[in-house]
Design a protein around this ligand. Structure first.
Ligand SMILES: N[C@@H](CCC(=O)N[C@@H](CS)C(=O)NCC(=O)O)C(=O)O
Length: 350
């Protein structure tokens, strides 16, 4: 049974795809409360990598992610920065072209079948892990391809697990993105970022009441002002070096002008926060950030079309966005080195 509305249960529906019994996607309605606020589902799979059950091993896990998704984009950037790309596979998923809403499909695998797991849809792996799973089947999902089960879809913890538990597999010169002496600060900052920035924008975009919309909207933009002030005198969020927190902020900022604003309606742009705009471009100079930031995908229309939220025609999204070279715009140097006591280096090496 799946929940479609608060308090209402219904039988799950299935369709047959190439002899596979695929469950129809669970809509977000169960995440809207009685006052129209979006309350994100909790992360169902929080397996601790590095435990006896889920040992850290090369060639055992695959991370499914989507180029448009800020939560999963973080993990791919971290894997690249830490030199884990050989040890942990990554594969981008995309929304299925099928008429039924079936969620993420392995469209980049040969014949749409992911070779490590034999699955065609991400949902197959979720229900293989828990046949009674009730939520949306989301990325990021780290899958153990020996057991074909989802070990972890906890976007809050995933990058930290990669930064800590996977350290035996890191490149010898990998940056320290989660230094022990800054751990508490990073954890506190990450919670603040989640509540006030990363999730706040979704609370506005998915709001189903005026009150809920303004809660998300004001929380988000007020927080950008706070961050803009904080970044006036320091290069990165915690000083001279990039940490896990910067990656979390970056993936949200990169989507503001091209994607989130489409759902929000009239709102400020990133360049209205000059320090944040320079800071975002400073991060974009790092190859691992640049390689996994697919502006053209953020600009794609399917997401809003799917939710029926797009404007019919809007010159900005229909002409300006497709006609703008975002990688070039973001490549303009930011000149923030002067704020650092170690200008040539963006990373602390262990
Ligand atoms: N893990 C979190 C957040 C991840 C998340 O929402 N990912 C989105 C993409 S940004 C997703 O995979 N959505 C699939 C769906 O809604 O069916 C959750 O389960 O809510």
């Amino acid at each position: 049974m799946g929940k479609t509305e608060m308090g209402k249960e219904h039988m799950a529906d299935y369709v047959d795809v190439n002899g596979r019994k695929i469950r129809i996607r669970t809509p977000e309605v169960s995440e809207i409360d009685e006052n129209g606020y979006f309350r994100r589902q909790s992360n169902a799979f929080t397996g601790h990598l590095g435990s006896k059950e889920h040992p850290v091993e090369k060639g055992r896990y695959i991370l499914f992610w989507s180029t448009g998704c800020a939560w999963s984009n973080r993990a791919v950037i971290v894997i690249d920065l830490l030199g884990l790309s050989e040890a942990v596979k990554t594969e981008a998923v995309d929304w299925t072209d099928r008429p039924e809403d079936l969620g993420w499909e392995f469209v980049h695998s040969p014949g749409h079948i992911n070779p490590e797991t034999g699955a065609q849809f991400l949902s197959e792996l979720y229900y293989n892990t828990d046949g009674d799973y009730k939520g949306r089947t989301t990325v990021p999902a780290l899958v153990d391809y020996r057991t074909k089960t989802v070990v972890n879809n906890d976007f809050q913890m995933l990058t930290v697990l990669l930064e800590t538990e996977f350290s035996p597999l890191h490149h010898p010169e990998a940056p320290d993105l989660y230094p022990v002496r800054q751990k508490d600060k990073i954890d506190r900052l990450n919670s603040w970022l989640y509540q006030n920035v990363n999730d706040a924008i979704y609370r506005a975009c998915f709001a189903r009441s005026v009150e809920a919309y303004y809660e998300g909207y004001h929380t988000f933009f007020d927080s950008l002002s706070v961050l803009n002030t904080c970044l006036e005198k320091q290069r990165f969020l915690l000083g001279d070096y990039i940490t896990d927190s910067d990656i979390r902020l970056f993936t949200t900022l990169a989507r503001l002008d091209i994607n989130y604003s489409r759902h929000l309606g009239p709102c400020p742009g990133l360049s209205d926060y000059p320090n944040l705009w320079d800071y975002a471009r400073d991060l974009y100079q790092v190859p691992a950030f640049r390689r996994h930031t697919h502006f053209q995908e953020f600009a794609a229309r399917q997401d809003s079309d799917r939710r029926g939220q797009n404007f019919r025609f809007h010159p900005y999204y229909d002409m300006v966005v497709p006609g703008t070279d975002f990688p070039e715009l973001w490549s303009v140097p930011a000149a923030r080195e002067k704020l650092s006591s170690d200008p040539p280096h963006r990373f602390m090496i262990k």
